[in-house]
Unconditional design. Structure first.
Lengths: 384, 325
């Protein structure tokens, strides 16, 4: 039985009729570089789109978040729709994008130019398609999300706004079907090993920074990681040395501890600190651990009306839900007890590489999905 | 018209025309129809985003352009398929005015577009621009909309600016700076004021396009400038700074071919105007050399700058547009 004001597959067709607007927004958003902390040009583009769509309360803030408001009927719940604007790529990289019939290729396209472009397009689409959405919609283009940004944009916004949000929907470019409603406990850290100039190689043996980093990695891998609650340590990047023949004086390891338990994540973090102390005292090299980012575990239940609405919409559109935890903006909403989900827009490949690409055709279904979820809020309006 | 005066009155920056709403209102007041032509040959990497940007920003949001057409010389990649998929009208150049035959070259596509497209103004934008933006059209059509006396608007991309090391040179390409500008300095000094005379982006009134001949190859731009200048003077031109244009960089050998074609067209025009006399038949073969395993090899490349007559002289065109005079 169809619970929605119109058939969602039909809505998908109507969305596709606006493909030039959607894809142009995707091109212009993607070709505007926005490395973390350098998102100002994307915010400007986003706010221009909000202005053209006639949104209210259009503003940016001191950390480059961009905000617009589309009022709903009186006494409607307030819903935040958020997408992070930053990408992992430096602004100096070529951001030229190639748009083919089936795929669109370009750095940052999936994470998260597509999400940001959909955010820029939604106010236009909602009004153009005259969709019955019974919610006050706050469109949030957030900055400083990735890496060292540590969700800085959304956290700043939540810490400083007077606006109360009843629910939140976070948009990510990929994959279509992504349905996150829990947030993992996470600690993101960087370990820097530096061999001092005055290092006594005769006393400690001939070992450069890479060997010490390797030692630390092996010791971290020995830390027990329970399968329940699910816990993992991810080694994301390793850099060290400059040549073939000289001992590396410096090496850097970037890693992430993830767990379904704050307590387990905390224990592993503590143990990593102890390992570093041991290696430091035994080797005499300088080792520094910097905590880059932190999240707490939390979330809403599978039966939450928001999640239920998402599942029904996905079912109507034949989208296979890919349920899992997330560490995106969702975590900031959940940390403040705001029911939130993260949805993906299209299928992507080689995300966060120079060969990043997303498929064109699923984009329209992904957008129909977001619009369907917004319309499904009507049904659960009394619950929020 | 003095160059300094012309630079003051007829050189613009695209940001002078940021208000597209006003541009559309003025266009509608004048009942102007504007057509965009993108000439192509194997451009499937960039054509898609050009089409969606122009359709979205200058048709759906602001109805500045009335039609977008891709006129192709016979691409073997997916250029036409991609362009059609994103909503452009697509044509193989050989199918337009078939009774006139088909010649392969960008100038041929531009010429055929005059017949196929219906606008009072035609904007030509190359398909290989990787940083495409609506300004590539708004910056070129705006002087035609706001200045009735302007007939031909040329793009340029690096206006001289004060910067830390002083004044930047005009930023024309290599062929412009070592061939075209010296030739203009010798024969048409006022045309040197055009910063990038060979740029592939320009907007022109139909009444001008149908009156001028079209070399089908490299010489089309320089011929246009000379023809429009000799007939209507410098005041018929305007130029707009479109900031940065990112495109494929051409190898020096390819620029040699371009220069050879341009020089042919220039000699043709200056002979027709009685400005120079060439007393021998000039060769149509460009000779380039390369060293392969310590053997010097000669490459002979035939570059024949054929020319299409003014469209106004073509019967098919006269019939379509009801020309009787």
């Amino acid at each position: 039985m169809n619970h929605f004001p119109e058939s969602l597959p039909e809505l998908e067709k109507r969305v596709r009729e606006h493909q030039d607007i959607l894809l142009a927004n995707l091109v212009m958003m993607s070709e505007t570089p926005a490395s973390t902390f350098q998102e100002q040009n994307r915010v400007r583009f986003l706010l221009d789109r909000f202005r053209e769509a006639g949104l209210d309360h259009i503003s940016d803030d001191e950390v480059n978040n961009g905000i617009g408001f589309l009022p709903g009927p009186e006494d409607s719940p307030s819903v935040a729709i958020a997408a992070h604007l930053d990408t992992v790529f430096e602004n100096t990289e070529s951001h030229a994008l190639s748009l083919g019939k089936e795929r669109v290729k370009g750095i940052g396209i999936g994470d998260n130019s597509l999400g940001a472009a959909v955010l820029a397009s939604l106010p236009y689409l909602i009004q153009e398609l005259e969709l019955p959405i019974h919610a006050n919609l706050w469109f949030l283009g957030v900055s400083r999300s990735l890496g060292r940004g540590n969700l800085g944009g959304i956290r700043f916004l939540m810490d400083n706004t007077q606006q109360k949000f009843d629910q939140a929907i976070c948009l990510e470019g990929a994959p279509l079907g992504r349905l996150n409603f829990t947030s993992l406990a996470m600690m993101r850290g960087e370990i820097e090993v530096e061999v001092p100039d005055e290092y006594d190689f005769s006393r400690f043996g001939v070992m450069g920074a890479i060997v010490h980093i390797n030692d630390i990695i092996n010791r971290i891998l020995e830390i027990p990681r329970p399968s329940r609650p699910q816990t993992s340590v991810v080694f994301g990047s390793l850099h060290g040395g400059n040549s073939f023949h000289e001992l590396a004086r410096r090496a850097t390891l970037r890693f992430e501890v993830r767990s379904e338990s704050d307590q387990v994540a905390g224990k592993i973090e503590k143990r990593i600190g102890e390992i570093i102390e041991e290696v430091r005292s035994r080797s005499g090299v300088e080792i520094k651990l910097t905590k880059i980012a932190h999240r707490s575990h939390g979330g809403i239940s599978y039966e939450d009306p928001l999640v239920q609405g998402c599942r029904e919409v996905m079912s109507e559109l034949n989208i296979e839900p890919k349920i899992g935890p997330s560490m995106s903006e969702l975590a900031a909403f959940i940390a403040r007890d705001i029911p939130a989900v993260t949805l993906g827009i299209s299928n992507g490949q080689r995300i966060n590489t120079l060969e990043e690409e997303v498929e064109v055709e699923p984009i329209f279904k992904g957008i129909a999905q977001v619009l369907g979820v917004l319309m499904s809020l009507n049904r659960y309006g009394d619950d929020v | 018209m003095k160059i300094d005066q012309w630079l003051q009155s007829n050189s613009f920056h695209h940001s002078d025309f940021w208000d597209v709403r006003q541009l559309v209102a003025e266009k509608e007041k004048q009942n102007l129809k504007i057509s965009l032509c993108i000439p192509t040959l194997n451009e499937d990497k960039t054509i898609g985003k050009e089409i969606v940007i122009f359709r979205s920003e200058l048709m759906s949001r602001y109805p500045l352009i009335d039609e977008i057409a891709v006129v192709d010389s016979g691409s073997t990649d997916k250029t036409l398929e991609v362009a059609a998929n994103f909503g452009a009208d697509t044509y193989f150049s050989g199918d337009i005015l078939p009774e006139e035959g088909f010649k392969r070259g960008k100038g041929e596509n531009l010429w055929k577009a005059i017949h196929q497209l219906t606008g009072d103004v035609i904007v030509y934008v190359d398909a290989d621009i990787t940083n495409i933006h609506p300004r590539f059209v708004t910056g070129l059509v705006a002087p035609l909309i706001y200045q009735p006396e302007t007939k031909y608007v040329k793009a340029f991309y690096d206006r001289p600016l004060a910067f830390s090391q002083g004044i930047r040179p005009s930023g024309g390409g290599r062929v412009t700076e070592i061939l075209t500008r010296p030739l203009f300095s010798l024969f048409f000094p006022e045309l040197t004021a055009l910063m990038q005379p060979l740029s592939g982006e320009y907007a022109v009134r139909r009444e001008v396009l149908e009156e001028i001949a079209f070399p089908i190859g490299y010489g089309v731009e320089i011929s246009h400038l000379i023809d429009v200048y000799t007939r209507w003077g410098l005041e018929a031109f305007a130029q707009t700074d479109l900031d940065k244009r990112v495109h494929r960089n051409q190898a020096t050998r390819d620029l040699g071919k371009m220069a050879f074609g341009i020089l042919q067209s220039f000699l043709n025009r200056t002979q027709q105007l009685g400005m120079v006399e060439v007393k021998t038949e000039v060769s149509k073969i460009l000779r380039q050399f390369q060293v392969n395993n310590e053997v010097i090899e000669q490459n002979e490349i035939t570059i024949l700058e054929e020319e299409r007559p003014p469209m106004k002289t073509i019967q098919g065109y006269r019939n379509k547009f009801g020309l009787t005079d």
